[in-house]
Design a protein around this ligand. Structure first.
Ligand SMILES: Nc1nc2c(c(=O)[nH]1)N[C@H]1C(S)=C(S)[C@@H](COP(=O)(O)OP(=O)(O)OC[C@H]3O[C@@H](n4cnc5c(N)ncnc54)[C@H](O)[C@@H]3O)O[C@H]1N2
Ligand code: MOO
Length: 351
């Protein structure tokens, strides 16, 4: 057989992929043949998906449908021991990566999805993702580390690029994943559960306190917390008076809430008393100012170990602010430091 892998013969065109031999069979001659991989149909705007499943036995009625999706030939595979079928390669990689609260989909068109079994915080090792993608022939795509994933949502997917992949490449991907497990004690792809917090919310603003305008912070913050399995246990109101705000923060601290939130008055006006009051209450401020838009005027710190946020106006109306990034980190049990805030700037422009 010639080195370029092509070999015209009576059996049809055969070629090598890795150490395996694949033979092209005309669809007209393929009745009774078992499909070697999933076949995809794309009808822009209405359908994209698997038209025929791997293992399907081709019948005479299938021939026009195969031609409709552009198939004149099908593959018959003689798989070498040193190669893996795309579905098996994707499955083995997914098994090597998956950790706590992650389930695997069935292989589908050479892809396996890693899906969250809970609503929680995605934990994804970037160095493992890049190490595996450097190998070639296999691909791993994930969400960003620290993203919230909902129950049932995918956070990673593995895929083989050619139909057949050298088994050694998959073994190398498994080695990379295993080295990470041994070094860190964690799986490369997992989901961390969120604790259920009871928070005290202090809404500042003389215009709200006196009833000039209706409070919009309470409903917005309640919805954000409830979406992550926590709650605003008590909401109180204060005018733009530093002394009152300090007292109300201490009231929440005495009530033993898991977290204290103070809304409004976070900006540069003379009536914006909140950052000063949070500091005066005795907070160790991790950061006032967050390199993310929206949410740049957010303050985060710890008051006798209790996480405390100063929430700027945008949290009322924007679905995705610095608060929506940091809140789940706190609920997952992370102790946030200045570097965690600094890291938000790169990729942090959302408005
Ligand atoms: N010159 C500058 N202007 C602004 C800056 C800045 O750095 N320099 N930052 C901007 C950013 S970012 C934000 S966010 C907003 C203001 O944030 P504040 O937290 O200071 O918000 P307030 O001044 O207290 O109020 C702004 C606006 O929202 C209304 N409000 C406040 N609380 C409530 C509530 N509970 N319910 C309904 N409405 C509320 C308030 O009446 C004001 O109309 O500043 C930018 N500007
Ligand atoms: O803190 Mo502002 O919230 O960036 O719109």
């Amino acid at each position: 057989m010639s080195g370029d892998g092509k070999r015209p013969s009576e059996e049809g065109n055969a070629k090598r992929i890795g150490d395996s031999v694949v033979r092209e069979v005309k669809v007209e001659d393929a009745v009774g043949m078992v499909l070697a991989h999933d076949l995809t149909q794309i009808l822009p705007g209405s359908f994209k998906g698997r038209l025929f499943r791997k293992g399907h036995v081709v019948s005479a009625e299938d021939i026009p449908r195969l031609k409709d999706i552009g198939k004149e030939h099908l593959y018959a595979i003689e798989l070498a021991e040193t190669d893996l079928h795309e579905d098996d390669a994707a499955h083995r990689m997914a098994v090597a990566l998956a950790g706590d609260n992650v389930g695997l989909s069935e292989p589908h068109e050479g892809k396996v999805s890693l899906k969250s079994r809970i609503t929680g915080l995605a934990s994804v090792a970037r160095e493992v993702v890049e190490g595996i993608n450097r190998l070639g022939d296999i691909a791993l795509a994930t969400v960003l580390n620290h993203r919230v994933v909902k129950d049932g949502e995918s956070l990673a997917a593995t895929r083989a690029i050619p139909l057949l992949v050298p088994e050694a490449k998959v073994r190398e991907a498994e080695r990379i994943a295993q080295a990470y497990r041994e070094a860190s004690g964690k799986s490369p792809v997992s989901v961390r559960p969120l604790r259920s917090f009871k928070a005290g919310l202090l809404t500042t603003g003389t215009e709200v306190f006196t009833g000039r305008i209706e409070d919009k912070f309470g409903p917005a913050v309640r919805a954000k917390l409830e979406g992550l399995g926590s709650e605003v246990a008590e909401q109180r109101f204060a005018p733009d008076d530093r002394h009152t705000i300090v007292n109300e923060i201490h009231y929440f601290l005495d009530r033993g809430y898991d977290m204290i939130l103070v809304s409004g008055g976070m900006s540069v006006d003379p009536d914006d008393r909140t950052p000063g009051a949070i500091a005066e209450a005795g907070t160790d401020i991790v950061s006032y100012g967050t390199p993310m838009l929206p949410g740049s005027m957010l303050l985060f710190g710890y008051l006798r170990g209790v996480p405390i946020f100063g929430l700027p106006g945008c949290v009322m109306h924007d679905p995705y602010t610095s608060f929506d990034v940091l809140l789940p980190r706190v609920l997952a049990g992370d102790k946030l430091a200045k570097d965690d805030i600094v890291a938000l700037g790169y990729g942090g422009l959302h408005r």
